[in-house]
Write a protein of this length. Structure first.
Lengths: 113, 113
């Protein structure tokens, strides 16, 4: 299995909703990432988990809450989002460090209404 | 401040010809560079990478050249195929325990039949 699987593929949520994005990989990668990508912009790093511990938080607002239940799973809990949070949310994983290249999931297209 | 720059937002090439995508960087700590290809509504796919100790890496139709003194790299695709039409992101890594990739804004390549 050489894939990173993200669910759901599309999500529409209201500003008062609570939802979660899920990411799963079975490549034995020990680093997992959340990225946010707006249209015509490069991916922007949000969070990095290394060995199931949060190692980087790029000053992301607390309405985004990451969770790494085990080495294969990564969640992003969403609460009280704003319309400007609408974007493609990408999960990625890699071996230790980035020299082995990331593997990205297909992303979740999030629309906040 | 953009540390990785892709100054051409778009490039159009005829099928069978060479596509050359360029990337410049400013951070001399970057020591590993990657190219990603992204189709609409999909996550980026790793294409090819190069370490700063090399000046060229080749994989099939794809070759990446690195000029460290100029802080410039380029991706050559030859021959170009219509299926190569996508957005190409250049990314850089400063290695160590820093898991963060820095992405350029991307170049939209269109290969015309």
């Amino acid at each position: 299995d050489t894939e990173v699987t993200q669910t759901p593929k599309h999500l529409v949520m209201g500003m008062t909703n609570k939802k979660s994005l899920k990411c799963e990989q079975h490549m034995g990668h020990r680093a997992m990432y959340w990225y946010k990508q707006k249209a015509k912009k490069p991916p922007e790093l949000m969070f990095v988990y290394s060995y199931e511990k949060l190692s980087i938080n790029e000053s992301v607002p607390s309405r985004f809450s990451p969770e790494c239940p085990n080495s294969s799973l990564l969640n992003l809990h969403l609460h009280a989002l704003q319309p400007e949070d609408s974007a493609l949310y990408l999960c990625a994983s890699s071996q230790e460090g980035t020299n082995y290249g990331y593997t990205f999931g297909s992303g979740t297209r999030l629309t906040v209404v | 401040d953009q540390q990785v720059k892709q100054n051409s937002p778009s490039l159009s090439v005829q099928e069978g010809r060479i596509s050359i995508l360029n990337c410049d960087y400013t951070n001399s700590m970057f020591d590993y560079f990657l190219w990603y290809k992204k189709y609409p509504a999909e996550g980026p796919t790793f294409l090819i990478s190069i370490s700063s100790i090399k000046d060229k890496n080749e994989d099939g139709r794809f070759t990446v050249f690195l000029n460290k003194s100029a802080k410039h790299l380029s991706l050559h695709i030859v021959p170009s195929q219509p299926g190569d039409s996508a957005v190409y992101f250049c990314a850089a890594d400063s290695g160590g325990s820093n898991y963060k990739l820095t992405f350029g804004k991307g170049t939209l390549l269109t290969v015309n039949p």
